[in-house]
Design a protein around this ligand. Sequence first.
Ligand SMILES: [Mg+2]
Length: 348
Amino acid sequence: MSPTVRPFALDLSTPLSTADGEITERRGFLVGVDDPARGLGEATPLPGWTESFDACEAALRNPPAAWDRVDDALGDGRPATPAARHGYRLAVLDAAARDEERPLSAHLADRGGFEAPADTVPVNATVGDGSVEDTVAAAQRAAEAGFDTAKLKVGARSLSTDIDRVRAVLDAVDLAVRVDANGAWDRETASEAVEAFASFGVEYVEQPLPAGALSGLAALRGRGVGIAADESLGEHGVGALLAADGADVAELKPMALGGPDAAIDAARRLLDTGVDPVVTTTIDGAVARAAAVHVAAAVPDVRACGLSTGDMLVTDLGPDPSPTVDGAVRVPEGPGNVGSSFDGCLRD
Ligand SMILES: [Mg+2]
């Protein structure tokens, strides 16, 4: 059955640097199915993490038969077009949850073998690169807005400056701090960074080494601070990350993994192996952000997630169904993902 596919473009509040250079908008597709109920999905490809916009559209216009089954597990197979699969599978899962008259989070919790999902999900504030003073000011604004956790971007400056930035934030603000180097460091710098951040009580160091360095990540574990994988998971998948013992924490991006179902299956595998999943968006529209919130709500006692990204868009698919309040997002309560509130988007 071919889904209804409608392209959209959403303006970013500030340009985003990607594997294909800077982008100023997020282009994607709304996806509609009508079996067994009406279902709505979103496919928003991101260069470096998923297929291209054109490949996404081609896959959506002619979805592989294997995508049709609600209980279809991805296993170790990583989809060639994860954003397209996400859009289609979200529509199918939304239809199933709406037919069951329960939230998508409950449907996904059942799939993962988890208890009842949470009503809210803690989220981190993101603090970009900046001077020591600017970093502290941004962290203070996050604390005043009610966040308990901040993720500081590091790796763009010298390690000694990044250490000063992190130390200044921990001295000035009562926040849990995690840092994300986006693969910027070599092994020697990463080793020094881990030693320093462990002594400060940083929660975890995300992607201290380039995506391909799974054994290098493994060697950084057990030194007093958690090691998180993000780009490594995108490049190698959950199976390879687990086989390498590469991380204490894994960032799950449903859009890059191939769907909310693939993300829940990955969360189950990670938790069974003692790795903590954290759910993050790929700076998506409101429909996919809500789906990521449902995924996170289904994960028991999930750590603060990277789901507070709606304000990175100037325009959106509709009113935010899961706004951030006091450092948490509320899980949409209606049946399915966002209920019927976005159905009109497909008809406009
Ligand atoms: Mg990251």
